[in-house]
Design a protein around this ligand. Structure first.
Ligand code: UD1
Ligand code: CA
Length: 465
């Protein structure tokens, strides 16, 4: 079946109820455009490339979907029936079935579509559609059944009578048609309805009155058929995908202290025996290894993390890599281009940018390390700053293996501190330091014995006068 099953995905409408400059199907849920979930679904059940019907912002949709689909253009959005008709020439001579999915219905499970296909085959239907019974039928099309239970027609909410609006079973917008029954009937649709559109849903009544069998499968879980028409719907979809993502990660051995508070994109992976605390946000291509601890408030965007890494409270990182057994934070900020080798320690209130730390290096407190190469086992004291920007160019600081940088040092780049060298606390380093040397730039300390005693005496004299 799956080999000669064609798939059409409707994605031409702007989605005015989103109140957005972006077309509806490109709005993101859990890090991916919602149409991506529909493309995944199509790939799961059919062996052929789906046909995406594009219209509004067609270039943006094509750019996002790429070669995961073929395309048919609907120049004017005259309704869902008119949209499907645009795929007619691409499906000419197709003797099988056509599955129609909506680009804005992303939560359907492959098993549910398999059940739809199964029912279609075994009941010998001309059309089998997916329905659901949501808590609030709202603006969904209502399923009107005959006394014998067969589907007679679908009435759109805007065209429904008060009694029809009472119907709890609604159209999920997912249909499996015998191709032979689809395009011939689409030609006969009219726009005689509240929205003045060619409704795909009118085909149900047409087939029924033509004596063809129309079957329906009720989705066990109504969330599978939620269509994204508003920001409210988008939030429902996002939280459902979050729930599935976390569930899958838990099945793979990850512990969540409070799963309902985390935000994790569906593109993120986490290794077994990692523990995720509340209020953690993991986005984009972020990957964590095994045995990691991710404390509250950690926010990672496109970050690769090795095994047994401890990310402490409030750590923010973007486009960085963190190797095995590092400790980062609390409240560290790793900006783009940070690369931490194994066993690196980045402590509280440390900011890094385009900084490469070799194995075992440490910057434990209150530092800014930008455009820097930090060698093996280098120790950077509290309050150290790389002065990497001269107002025009970004310059590089190189600290070779085993270097010790005393607290409150300014490293005025470009500058290099040679292997094993020491920099005394409070220094401003403007010139390269040779290997194994000590560099010290602070003013020598002066001590005046008894100075305070004399000062107090002076002050007491002044008061008497
Ligand atoms: C549609 C169904 C409704 C069903 C609901 C399920 C019709 C007439 N109504 O309503 O019965 O309960 O889906 O989610 O089909 N589109 C085009 N071209 C068009 C119009 C729409 O490509 O000219 C696309 C949209 O981009 C969207 C999909 O078709 O991806 C559904 O259109 P939408 O306007 O959201 O239909 P609903 O009002 O939700
Ligand atoms: Ca819709």
């Amino acid at each position: 079946m799956s080999e000669n099953l064609a798939v059409i995905i409707l994605a031409a409408g702007q989605g005015t109820r989103m109140k957005s400059a972006t077309i509806k199907v490109l709005h993101r849920a859990a890090g991916r455009p919602i149409i991506d979930y529909v493309l995944d679904l199509a790939a799961d059940v059919a062996g052929t490339l789906p046909i995406v019907i594009v219209g509004h912002q067609r270039e943006a949709v094509r750019a996002s979907v790429g070669d995961r689909a073929r395309y048919a253009v609907q120049d004017q959005q005259l309704g869902t029936g008119h949209a499907v008709l645009q795929a007619a020439s691409l499906l000419e001579g197709n003797g099988g079935n056509v599955l129609i999915l909506s680009g804005d219905v992303p939560l359907t499970r492959p098993q549910t579509l398999q059940a739809l296909i199964q029912a279609h085959e075994s009941e010998g239907n001309a059309l089998t559609l997916l329905t659901m019974r949501p808590d609030e039928p709202g603006m969904y099309g209502r399923i009107v059944r005959d006394a014998d239970g067969s589907v007679r027609r679908i009435v759109e909410a805007r065209d429904a009578t008060r009694e029809e609006l009472e119907i709890g079973e609604v159209n999920a917008g997912i249909y499996l048609f015998a191709t032979s029954q689809l395009f011939s009937n689409l030609e006969n649709l009219s726009t005689d309805n509240a929205q003045g559109e060619y409704y795909l849903t009118d085909l149900i009544g047409m087939l029924h009155s033509g004596g063809y069998r129309v079957g329906a499968v009720v989705a066990a879980d109504p969330v599978e058929a939620v269509g994204v028409n508003s920001r409210h719907d988008l939030a429902i979809v996002e939280s459902e995908i979050q729930r599935r993502v976390v569930r899958k990660l838990m099945d793979g051995g990850v512990t969540f202290r409070n799963p309902s508070t985390v935000v994790i994109d569906s593109t993120v992976t986490i290794g077994a025996d990692s523990v995720v605390y509340p209020f953690v946000t993991l986005e984009g291509t972020t990957k964590l290894g095994e045995g990691c601890v991710v404390e509250p408030g950690v926010h990672l965007i496109n970050v690769t993390v090795g095994d047994d890494v401890h990310l402490k409270t409030g750590t923010v990182a973007e486009a960085s890599t963190i190797d095995d057994e590092c400790t980062v934070g609390p409240y560290a900020h790793l900006r783009a281009g940070t690369r931490l080798g194994p066993h690196v320690k980045i402590g509280n209130f440390v900011e890094t940018k385009k900084a490469v730390f070799d194995e075992g290096a440490k910057a434990s407190h209150l530092s800014y390390i930008g455009d820097a190469e930090v060698g093996r086992d280098v120790n950077i004291g509290a309050g150290t700053i790389t002065c990497n920007y001269d107002g025009v160019n970004k310059n590089v600081t190189i600290l070779e293996d085993g270097v010790f940088i005393g607290s409150d040092t300014q490293l005025v780049a470009p500058v290099r501190v040679g292997k094993g060298a020491y920099v005394g606390a409070g220094s401003t380093i403007t010139k390269d330091v040779p290997a194994d040397a000590l560099a010290l730039s602070r003013a020598p300390q002066r001590v005046v014995e008894g100075w305070a005693v004399k000062r107090r005496e002076r002050l007491a004299e002044q008061k008497k006068k």
